[in-house]
Each structure stands twice: as C-alpha cells, then as structure tokens.
Ligand binder design. Structure first.
Ligand code: TYM
Length: 334
C-alpha cells in the first residue's frame, strides 16, 4: 500500500516494434487501472539485453516506449514511468532472489525454451534467469496487481512462488502479487497464423499490426487476415482466425463476444474485417497523434525521466533495505 492505495506494477521491453497485442493485452489495461492503483510502469531495458541489441537503437526505442506510455494516457505525475536501468535495486534484488529460485523452476519456463531455440548462438545466463529479474521488478515495489497478457502467466506464477518461499523463511517481506488479464485482448493472435500469438519478432509484417502503422496499412493487413472457409461469424475455438478478429473488435469497442456476433449476423468476413480494421484505427490514431506531439517536447520527457527515476528509487530502496537486512547483510556505517 502507498498512501492507502494498492500498488500496480507492469513493464514492457523496448525491443522491436510494439504490436496491437502489446497494446490490447497490456497498455490499454494499464490506463484503465491507473486511477485505482499507485502505479509503476517500467521500460524494462535490462531485460532487453538478454538478446543482443544495437546500443544506439536500444536507447532510442527505450525513449520512444516511455513516450508511448504517456501518449497512451498514463499521466507521469500520477504514474511512475521510468527506465528499469535507472534503478539499481532491480539488479540487486535479482541477485538475492536468484539464490531463492531453483534451476528446475527456470528450466520449465517456456519463454526460455522458445527464446533459446530462436537465439541458439547466444543462450546466455541472463536469458535463463530473466524470470528472476522480472520477479524482482514486481516484488521491489510490493505490487498487489500485475496487468499482463496471458503469455506472461508462467512468469507471474514463478514470482508468486518465489515471494511465498521468501516470506515463509523470513516473515511477511513481500506482497504476493496477483496477475490481471483483461476481459478481451489478453492473447491477440497473428493475423497470418491464428494459432500463434501476435509478436513483435514475427518475420512476416502482415502478421502483426504495429502501433505506428498508418490507417491504410492497418486496413490492408486486416483485409489479408487469415480466416477459414466456414462462412460463419462465430466465436469458437474451431475458428481461431475469426475468433481473433472478434477478440480484437471487442477489445477496441468494449463489446462482448455475444454482442459482436449478433452485430455481424448475416454479414460476411469482408464486412467483419473492415469493421475490425476501423475499430483499431479509431483506437490507434489518437495515440499516434499524441505520440508525435509529445516526441517533440524533449525537455518535458527529460523531466519525466528524472523525476520518476527518483520516485522509483525511493520505493525500491525501501524494499531492498528490508530484504538485505533479512538475509543478513550488515548495515552500512554512516
Ligand atoms: P513484452 O515486452 O514481451 O510484452 C509487453 C506486454 O504485452 C503483452 N503481450 C500481449 N498481450 C496480448 N496478446 C499478445 N499477442 C501479446 N504480446 C505481448 C505481454 O503479456 C506483456 O504484458 N517479461 C515481460 C516484460 C516485463 C514485465 C515485468 C511485465 C519485465 N518485467 C514485470 C510485468 C511485470 C515481457 O517481455 O513483455
């Protein structure tokens, strides 16, 4: 609790081009929840270097991502929007929690398996212990709730296990966080292969809607989206392409799947694709305009970076000191 409010933590990697999946699965919910909670949103650049990055490019993308958080509607006066690498407590807590996490647990992480298959020439220890850094992000701020897409479920479960393990040894040190998944949009699938999640690292640009795609590109990608030959606009597992389009539509319009299905009764896939495309454009266009405006204001973004890093450090240090004391590190002599 901070000033009587529960705490929310979430973060995003500044790698690749953000997709509609990132927005509907995470960012959009962050904005909705931001009044109710005391919020911390990290640009998790320390996670990004588990895969090789071009340094200048990473710096640029990190700043763009931070700007995007604000453009999406997160007020940096109320929400702590910061770079993970500006708060050394993340790395310090991660080291400690590495010693309370088992190899067997990390070995089971599907994201590690996927990423190491993809980057076979660089299976580094950071990639393996990535979930411990993520647990540290969350536990450092004593978060009650963590809004994420479903692909992060396993990491959230590990975070809870590590927190409970630590608490069972040392007493109530960490708040055990709950994951929050939005009603619609928690798993947006590829437009070209609806069995696969929409991902920023997909090689086929038609598979993903990028947050900065212009309206024509968005409409074109939806028109090419893979559906099926059932000719039925139904919300069911057997029609993953159509279901994904309906999910996107519901996440953008706030409608339920039943309402959406009723609306498209008697219509064809072409109509559905146009309506989904338009609903996405109407959500992304204001975001893009605001982003373009904010990007010009260098001094403002710099001030957000500075002030929020201080705030994040303050709360991070509070937890870190407590943890250091519990595990037996000597107090500093002042
Ligand atoms: P990342 O950067 O891959 O994704 C950021 C957020 O977007 C969600 N997401 C999706 N949601 C729905 N459909 C999709 N197709 C889709 N693709 C991505 C992700 O679930 C995520 O919420 N490890 C995390 C970043 C992280 C983090 C944290 C998150 C680091 N520390 C602490 C929460 C709390 C990651 O790589 O997300």
């Amino acid at each position: 609790m901070i000033d009587g409010k529960k705490v929310l933590y979430s973060g995003m990697q500044a790698t690749g081009n953000l997709t509609l999946g990132n927005y509907l699965g995470a960012l959009k919910n962050w904005v909705t929840l931001s009044d109710e909670y005391e919020c911390f949103y990290g640009v998790v650049d320390m996670h990004s270097i588990t895969v090789r990055q071009d340094p200048a490019e990473l710096r640029k993308r990190a700043r763009n991502l931070l700007t995007l958080y604000i453009a999406a509607g997160l007020d940096p006066k109320k929400n702590c929007i910061y770079y993970q690498s500006h708060v050394s407590g993340h790395a310090e807590l991660a080291w400690i929690l590495n010693c309370y996490t088992y190899m067997g647990e990390l070995n089971r992480m599907t994201q590690f398996k996927d990423k190491s298959a993809k980057h076979a020439d660089n299976i580094n220890a950071g990639l393996f212990t990535y979930p411990v850094l993520m647990a540290s992000d969350i536990l450092l701020y004593q978060a009650d709730v963590v809004p994420v897409g479903i692909d992060q479920r396993q990491h959230l479960e590990l975070t809870r296990d590590v927190a409970e393990r630590f608490n069972s040894i040392y007493g109530d040190v960490f708040t055990v966080p709950e994951a929050y998944y939005g009603k619609a949009g928690a798993k947006i699938m590829s437009l070209q292969n609806p069995e696969k999640k929409m991902s920023k690292s997909d090689e086929n640009p038609n598979a993903s809607i990028y947050l900065m795609d212009d309206p024509d590109t968005i409409m074109r990608k939806f028109k090419r989206a893979v559906t099926d030959s059932e000719a039925c606009i139904c919300y069911r597992d057997e029609q993953p392409g159509v279901r994904n389009l309906l999910d996107i539509y519901c996440a953008c319009t706030g409608k339920t799947p039943d309402e959406a299905v009723a609306e498209f009764e008697g219509k064809g896939y072409g109509d559905l694709k146009v309506a989904v495309g338009e609903s996405v454009v109407s959500v992304l266009k204001p975001l893009q305009d605001r982003y373009a405006e904010l990007s010009k204001d260098k001094a403002y973004i710099d001030s957000v970076i500075k002030e929020n890093a201080e705030k994040a450090n303050y709360y991070a240090m509070k937890t870190l000191r407590k943890v250091q004391k519990k595990v037996g590190f000597p107090e500093k002599v002042r």
